[in-house]
Ligand binder design. Structure first.
Ligand code: PMP
Length: 456
């Protein structure tokens, strides 16, 4: 018999009926679930009325904060006008047409084509299916392997999880065959004693060359990379990294795809991470800030060469047999059009640039602490790496769960930040004020001080 008694609390009700993903269950049993009701600017508010400054922008996506009137109004207007449609069988909404034009206009490509999904994971799956489809159509059915990097994050569907370079996918028996993970471009952690940053970059280039030689260029469909790795712990690649690997890929005819799910639409201080890191991809994967998080949506943006070849391949067999019920959803597209306008024309990207020096200064200040080994980041994404021993870069014992403790202590102080490995990650909303940025660092400093006193 199901228990029909009224559970005591929101926390108990959450645990009773919801199955959690990416959540440390012992922590939840001990601390309870934070059940949220609404947001105010960069703050979220829970059922007890407690306010938290969300230094994570939700999951990197709520870049315009939690109560942007223009975005809600754009959604409402489109719900009133045409609340839902698909993009199959030669039909699509006017909003979809306009968003594709806008995405190409703001992309680094002179021209191209856009395909819509509901998420970043689906966009990566779609990209891989596109390349497999294209290569078969062009008489190269063996060109299927996908190169990514260790510690990268590309999503959770079967293909995008296989692209993801995290060890936890082992519990699913993933990755699938043909998904190859190259070295993580993290100089501070992976560089050898006495190896310069330039030498480390050269070593990663040589690894790519060797991998292509070993696997055979003709068997490889793409190299997919986040410009700055996000869920890997905000890893900014070493100097010259993309300038080293892009020509190698070009020489072997292997497309370079920029997974901009986190970096895209301003996070790094340019519209695209590939612009901040100065490389030109063959395609872009977009999601998250594309709708400022106000609608689930992702996109594959093909540059001119892949767009032309995909078009020819699809014409040859009359269709590309792929798409989601809500691909190009008119409300999602109307929100994305508004979000892009808000980011580019209403000062959000300007604010990212204006806030970056303050963000870097705050990070640099906390990096002085005895147990912070590295402060790294770009634009408004950053990570502080906790270490037991600073000089030796020795991590804390894993059983101490240091970054989880920091995140929990932050929550107690009214700040949401994210533990990733032994780092804590900050990626504040683009709308933050100077005072809110200062509050973020003050609260984080309190939390770090408390935890380092416990474990240090
Ligand atoms: N790519 C990157 C770089 C991401 O950070 C994420 C999500 N954090 C994804 C893909 C997957 O997106 P989604 O969670 O929307 O499926």
């Amino acid at each position: 018999m199901p228990d029909t008694s009224t559970p005591q609390s929101w926390e108990a009700r959450a645990e009773a009926a919801s199955f959690y993903g990416f959540t440390d269950l012992p922590t939840i049993h001990e601390r309870g679930t934070v059940v949220l009701t609404h947001g105010e600017g960069p703050y979220v508010v829970d059922v007890q009325g407690r306010r938290y400054l969300d230094a994570n922008s939700g999951l990197w996506n709520m870049v315009a904060g939690f109560d942007h009137p223009g975005l809600a109004a754009a959604a409402k207007a489109q719900y009133d006008r045409f609340p839902g449609y698909h993009a199959f069988f030669g039909r699509m909404s006017d909003q979809t047409v306009m968003l594709s034009e806008k995405l190409i206009e703001v992309s680094p490509f002179a021209r191209g084509k856009v395909f819509y999904t509901n998420s970043g994971s689906e966009a990566n799956d779609t990209l891989v299916k596109m390349l497999w489809f294209l290569n078969r159509a062009e008489g190269r059915p063996q060109a299927r392997k996908i190169l990514t990097r260790k510690n990268s994050y590309h999503g959770v569907t079967v293909v995008s999880a296989s692209m993801t370079g995290k060890p936890y996918n082992d519990v699913f028996g993933l990755p699938l065959d043909g998904f190859i993970h190259l070295g993580c471009p993290h100089y501070w952690r992976e560089g050898r004693d006495g190896e310069s940053e330039a030498d480390y970059t050269a070593r990663l280039g040589a690894e790519l060359e060797d991998t292509i030689a070993r696997e055979g260029a003709a068997s490889i469909a793409a190299f997919v990379a986040e410009p700055v790795m996000g869920a890997g712990g905000v890893i900014v690649p070493p100097e010259g990294y993309f300038q080293t690997i892009a020509p190698i890929l070009k020489r072997h005819g292997i497309p370079l795809v920029s997974d901009e799910v986190i970096c895209g639409f301003g996070r790094t201080g340019a519209v695209w991470g590939c612009q901040s890191l100065d490389f030109m991809p063959d395609a872009i994967i977009a999601s998250k800030a594309m709708t400022a998080g106000y609608f689930p949506m992702g996109a594959v943006i093909l540059g001119p060469d892949l767009a032309d070849r995909m078009q020819d391949a699809a014409e040859a067999i009359e269709e590309f047999p792929h798409g989601f019920t809500a691909s190009g959803h008119p409300v999602g597209c109307a929100i994305a059009l508004k979000a892009i306008d808000v980011i580019l024309n209403e000062g959000l990207l300007d604010n990212v640039r204006a806030l970056t020096p303050r963000f870097e200064a705050g990070m640099a200040r906390l990096a002085q602490m005895d147990h912070i080994g590295e402060a790294r980041g770009m634009g408004l994404m950053g990570a502080l790496e906790a270490v037991q021993d600073k000089a030796g870069k020795v991590p804390f014992d894993g059983s101490l769960s240091v970054s989880e403790r920091i995140a929990n202590a932050s929550t107690d102080a009214g700040l949401i930040c994210r533990p990733l490995g032994q780092a804590v990650v900050l990626c504040p909303p683009f709308i933050m004020t100077d005072a809110q940025m200062d509050e973020m660092f003050e609260k984080l400093e309190q939390a770090l001080t408390r935890v380092f006193a416990e474990v240090g």
